[in-house]
Design a protein around this ligand. Sequence first.
Ligand code: ADP
Ligand code: MG
Length: 610
Amino acid sequence: MSDTIQILPDHIANQIAAGEVIQRPASAVKELMENAVDAGATEVKLIVNDAGKSLIQVIDNGKGMSPSDAQNAFGRHATSKIRSIEDLFQIRSMGFRGEALASIAAVAQVTLKTKTAKDELGTMVEIENSKVISTSAVAHAQGTNIAMKNLFFNVPARRNFLKSNSAELKHIIEEFTRVALAFPEVFFSLTSNGQDVYHWEGGSFKQRAIQVLGNSYQTKLVAVGEKTDYLTVSGFVGKPETARKTRSDQYFFVNRRFIKSAYLHHAVANAFDGLIPKDSYPSYILYIDVDPAQVDINVHPTKQEIKFEDDKIIYAFVQAAVKHALAQFSIAPSLDFSLDANIQQLDAIQKPFTDQQVQDTSKKSLYTGFTQKNQAHFIPSSENTGNPDWKNFFTDIPKAEENFIVKPSSMGLYKEDDGLAVIEDATLLQLHHTYIIAPTQSGCVIIHQQLAHERVLYEKYQKATSHPHATQKSLFPVVLELNPSDAILLSEMLEDLALIGYEIEAFGSNSFIIQGIPADVISGNEKNAIELLLEQFKHFSNEVKYSKREKLIRCLARQMAIKAGQALSQKEMHAIIEQLSQCDIPNITASGAPTYIELKESYLDGLFSK
Ligand code: ADP
Ligand code: MG
């Protein structure tokens, strides 16, 4: 057979790559405006015709490009903004991937005119299908004027996917607004089909906010401002009366980059808890500034999603900053705005971020793909396996005495009448970290610790309908993002999980937020626990004879039970035995495995008879 693999010609490769960066006119607008800002422009004019479908033009007074740069700028991975991989972690510019102009040149007809301060003449480059058609010297003012015509002229399939002009223009205005909010000191204007839409003089953050939100906001904004060595949160939230039923005026910027974050949105929404109706959204424009080494912006082609080294700290700060602002303006009671004590004690908050730490962080990140927590700024959460919190476990136990019959010999028994009559206070033996061997009056029992505990939890969860289980609120709500089918599965379980003590809310299409977990589960591993639960649940899903709730309870009991192989103290072993003895059906698990067996003295005697 002949070989079939071919290397794609550049213009096709570029067209394919363009699909990631340029999905619609608004994506090109974002890239071009960011390039203008990166070039240090103080004036940026955007002109569009037919919602950008026939023309998108950005004119700036930035530093411009030299003749050779003007041609090279369209190459793939052509960028002046980073030189080495280390630079990725110190990025202050909007662009750095060197993909935008290459992508644009692959899917539109582009004319670039540009001039630097030191060149006398400017350069004009015309490019189409990723190929330079002409270059010439032209008279031009300092700065760059780039026009892209007939977007997707050579990719009809994409062109057909575009929405109506009004829908596409809405996207453009959205991107325009985001860049303008990020750089209030810069003049921005937007002209659409020859009509002036916006004309925003450069000014303060507040002035830009008012330009964007409208004059009526003059008296409706509350300033937010918290600063530590680790991060700064500033900007504005709308007073509660500005809350809307739609998600519209909500902006987060991290180091001046607009980002989407359901997680941080939740932090703000939480700060407004009780001040606005449950089904409405607060308006806000918040700027978060952190050391660039603390964020990874390279996780998404359009850079609208980023990864924080430690998003819990950011969450806590944003929430505290907004609460504080609302309290200062007497909008919310000034009771509860301070940062949680646990957070305040962190080194990250208490100690200045030293140069050494910055260096260590970025170095380390290079090798760890920037996803691992670094030592200096890491909230230590107890590593755990989802096992019950023994501290709570013990205090949960109902007063034991009621179930005891105290014998004259002063040897108490656990529930005399049923099979599990272990002698109270007896020294127990744990065999292979799996079996508990306990003496009874008439012999001994061998208890399987995991199966026994599974029975205990099963009954506890079963009874949770009548007395909902205690919940411990998570200090840091955890976000769970699932694939669509798991999301459906989990949303069907939420009610039952709530009875057991899981407080989980749906938000966004496939995201959930875990607000609280059963009081007897160690916090810190919620995400894992729920994911595991979904997995187990799926294995069960063919068992039609059980209700959803029954399956869920079985899965949970199995998952939460302490495992075989775990060393237990005397106290812990006694607790299991005591709880097991109080079960309705102590001797088997829900799926029918024995939880313990008893060896009667007479049986043992028999074994030893001649
Ligand atoms: P990136 O912004 O990721 O570097 P782009 O493809 O957007 O990649 O741009 C490539 C390069 O072209 C930039 O790094 C910059 O040097 C130059 N460039 C693009 N637009 C402008 C502009 N408006 N003014 C000056 N230089 C520009
Ligand atoms: Mg760019």
